[in-house]
Structure formats: C-alpha cells, structure tokens
Design a protein around this ligand. Sequence first.
Ligand code: HEC
Ligand code: HEC
Length: 299
Amino acid sequence: MQSWPAGSRTQIVLDLASLVPSAHRENPLAFRRFTRWLLPGLALLLAATVAGPWLFQVYWGRRSSNPVRRGIARAQALGCTSCHGHLGSSGVKDPGAESLEVPAWSGGMSMMYVRNDADIHRYILEGSVPTLERPAEGGGPPPRPAVAMPSFRSVLSGSDLDDLTAAFRLLAGMVTPPEGSPAALGRELARQWQCFSCHGPGGSGGLPNPGSFAGFIPGWYGPDFGDLVRTRGEFNDWILKGRNQRLDANPLAARFLSRQRIQMPAYARFAATDLDHLWAYTRWLEQTAGGVRSEEEKH
Ligand code: HEC
Ligand code: HEC
C-alpha cells in the first residue's frame, strides 16, 4: 500500500479501507477520489440530520410569519411586556402616575395617548414625553411618574418598528373590520369563544403546538390558512367537527394531526350564520393582511 503522511485524513480513511473489500484497494486512484468525497459527504449528511428539523422550522416560521405575530414576539423579547403586561393587557402600578399605572395597550386607554402611527413610532423611538410639571394640590412637590417609557431606538433592527406598531395597533383595538359588517360580527364571535387564545391575537397564529407539522397553531390568513382550508366546506368542517377530511385521508398529514398535542375543538352547535360571519372575518383578514393593510390605506 502507498504510504501517506501519518495521521492525515486520508490515512484514517485508508485504515478504514482495510475493512472494505479488496477490490477498492486494487484501484487506488479511484479509491482516493472516492475517499476525498467520503468524509465531507458524511459530514454534510450528519449536519443535515442534526440541523434539518431546525432548518425546516426556521423556514416554516418565516413562511407563515406576519407583522402582528413578529411584533408580539418582539414586544416580549424587547421587554415591552414587563411594563405593559402580557399582550399589553395590563400596565404595572405606578404610584406617581395620575392613573396610578402604566397604560395598558388594550382596554381602550391607548386612545388617550396615540392617534396614529406617528404617535406610536414616537413612543417607541423616543420613550416617555416629559409633561409640564403641575404643582400638586395642597402645594407639595409635583407628582412624578416612577416608571418612564425608555427610548428603544438603539435596540431596534430590521422591520421591528413596523412590526411593533402592527402588533400594538391590533392589541389596542385600532384594527377592526367596518362596524356592523359580517366580518365584525365574526370577530366578535371569535372573541366571545376565545378562538384567539389558540389562534393568536387577530388570528395571527404561531402559538406553540408540540408534535404538530409546523410546531405551532396556524393563523387565519396567509399561506397556512390556504394549505388547511381549500374550500368553504373545509372551513365549516374544521369548526363544526375539528377535522378536515382531505388531511385525514393523507397518511403523513394524519400522522402529524394525531401526534400534535393541541387539537382543534369541535364547535358542533355553531349556527350557519355564525360560520358565515367567521368566514367573512377570515376573508377580511386575508384581504387586509391581518388588518395591517386597511389601516395603511386610511392614512
Ligand atoms: C419601563 C417601562 C416601559 C417599557 C419597558 C415600555 N414602555 Fe411603553 N410606556 C411606558 C409608560 C410609563 C408609558 C406612558 C406614557 C408616558 O409616560 O409618557 C408608555 C406608553 C406607551 C405607548 C403609548 C400609550 C399606550 O400605552 O397606549 C406605547 C404605544 C408604548 N408605550 C409602546 C411600548 C413598546 C412597543 C414597548 C417595547 C418596545 C414599550 N412601550 C416598553 C412604559 C414602558
Ligand atoms: C384549543 C385550541 C384551539 C381553539 C380554542 C380553537 N382552535 Fe381552531 N384550530 C386549532 C388547531 C390545533 C387547529 C389544527 C390545525 C393544524 O394544526 O393543522 C385548528 C384549526 C382551525 C382552522 C383551520 C385553518 C387554520 O388556519 O386555522 C380554523 C378555520 C379554525 N381552527 C377556527 C377556529 C375557530 C373559529 C375557533 C373558535 C370558535 C377556534 N378555531 C378555536 C386549535 C384551536
């Protein structure tokens, strides 16, 4: 056998080669070529096996992503929720604030602070706006808020500002279908039955579902909805039966659907008009990309 620098990669492979049938060793050149690709090939295979599922989830997460979903995740990651509460639902107490608390995003309070995107951007970029200090009643020192909103300008990147704004607007109830429309009735129904608790605020999706194909519960607009709901009949079936016959008949899909920990409940007693309204709401979400586009057009 030819001699190779001891300890080299090829040496190791040739040592291994003594284990394979001699035919390979009789044509060293071809074998060398083969071994040159063997290790990188094995490494690639190993990397694909280890990183594959992770890469898939990253890809799928991006494919299904939308501004509201990203904004909610960013609000959590940037610490907004520490002061404004989970999904902006309750501000922390502040002994110095007039209302004695940091404003929540939801619950209608935000209308007092922000009227449009520019106002929202200003809060996020600049933080609290100092107000003129009024002397306290009785002449004592003026009350000072203990909690001020910091400026986030230096920690934002990419689409953060737009995403946070989209999430804020949705959670603050600034993004709704036209009043009294079937879509608005559908949204109201979804609120009553707390569908958003699983399907995300405004049907934005993305909440965890271990064992499922994508790893999360789908939203009501975007590519996932299109995959899962091809027809109005399929939409009705999901809601009334918690299932979809087409996916049940597909062995791979059926396997994931049975493995996933959270299943779609069957709302068997919903009336036909309820389904009409819910459908209208999902159409409105699709047309406005979750409400984001409709607001942009208004400005
Ligand atoms: C340290 C606490 C704190 C953090 C963290 C914080 N805020 Fe605030 N935020 C406040 C306070 C206090 C106000 C009230 C306005 C003022 O004091 O000027 C406010 C007001 C707001 C307002 C306008 C009023 C409303 O609530 O409707 C928006 C919008 C807002 N914050 C968004 C955000 C976003 C987005 C983040 C994260 C990127 C964030 N805040 C993080 C304390 C905080
Ligand atoms: C306990 C969590 C949960 C609740 C509550 C819930 N769903 Fe679902 N929903 C799911 C899961 C899980 C799926 C299955 C999709 C998948 O994983 O493939 C699903 C699927 C759907 C689908 C199919 C398409 C899609 O993209 O979502 C529709 C439509 C739907 N649900 C509507 C509703 C409505 C309307 C309500 C409220 C009346 C509701 N869901 C409440 C968990 C839930």
